[in-house]
Design a protein around this ligand. Sequence first.
Ligand code: SAM
Ligand code: SF4
Length: 313
Amino acid sequence: MKSLIDQHGRKIRKLRLSLTDKCNLRCHYCMPVDATFMDEDKNLSPDDYFEIVKELCSYGLQELRLTGGEPLMRKSFDEIAYKLGTLPLKKIGLTTNGIFLDKYLTVLKETGIHHLNISLDSLDEANFKKITHGNQLKRILKNIEEAQKLGLQIKINVVAMKGINDHEFFDFVEYSAKTGIEVRFLEIMRIGFALEKQNDQFISAQEMMNMFKTKYELEKIQMQLDSTSFNYRLSNGAHIGFIASESQAFCGHCSRWRLSADGVMRACLLKDDGISIKNTTEIERDNIYRTLLGMKPFMRPAEVTHQMNAIGG
Ligand code: SAM
Ligand code: SF4
């Protein structure tokens, strides 16, 4: 089997696949209310996704995560899911804001897309609206319950923001203890639209841990080397994690590439440059993959100006 291993010994085994840059929310750290999106005609087709991922499986790809923008807004989501579900992957996941989950639970169950990361920055309706400019919190919470009943594996992603949702952190811990769902707190990253806010709103994972230690005992959970989070079991039964992309970057063990909906493959979320693999031959793509291996940074780049939703978060 061919493989994709860079000069630091990092093996590419995970791909974040963006299905669209569009979204039905406007999280204030991700995109402006008047965001503009790429022309849908430029999107990769369901067959393109299938062929590319199939090829990457022959290079050792093991895990796939569908993302965006909001992946469940992609009109051909079902078709893409059914095609990708036939490939020899160890794990297929979905990162979603959860609004349209009710429409797709059966598709997810049937296609083996069983690992859901659901972004939820507030459990309070007014605050949820302030952060996302959307008002479907009840629907999202209900969808999470339904997904859990179906046996799908769920993690909640909370972008931690000082003065915005830090007063809700303990509520999320209680939510985790009550539901058994892992809640992960993400440091707000210096990327795209968040660059303006990051300085004022940033809270480090260490600050959050110190906060939790005032109320609970924290027991460390062993994670895989290329995991993005470090996790703890709390004395109230909650399972929490931290994605400390800013204060404790994990580039040294990164095993991910990203493919945007318009077919640009990137070796790193925090690098502006990528290479289009749209309408390329197998030989051209092999060369592109080799070039990308050399483009993967080992030290964390400080920041990037491109928008997270356009790359695939
Ligand atoms: N729409 C889907 C969602 O929100 O889950 C998928 C795409 S979204 C870009 C993927 C993840 O990136 C979400 O968990 C979101 O909260 C996170 N995110 C976006 N901008 C971020 C930033 N500046 N810092 C940290 N996380 C960010
Ligand atoms: Fe949409 Fe996800 Fe960005 Fe929020 S974080 S605006 S849900 S793409």
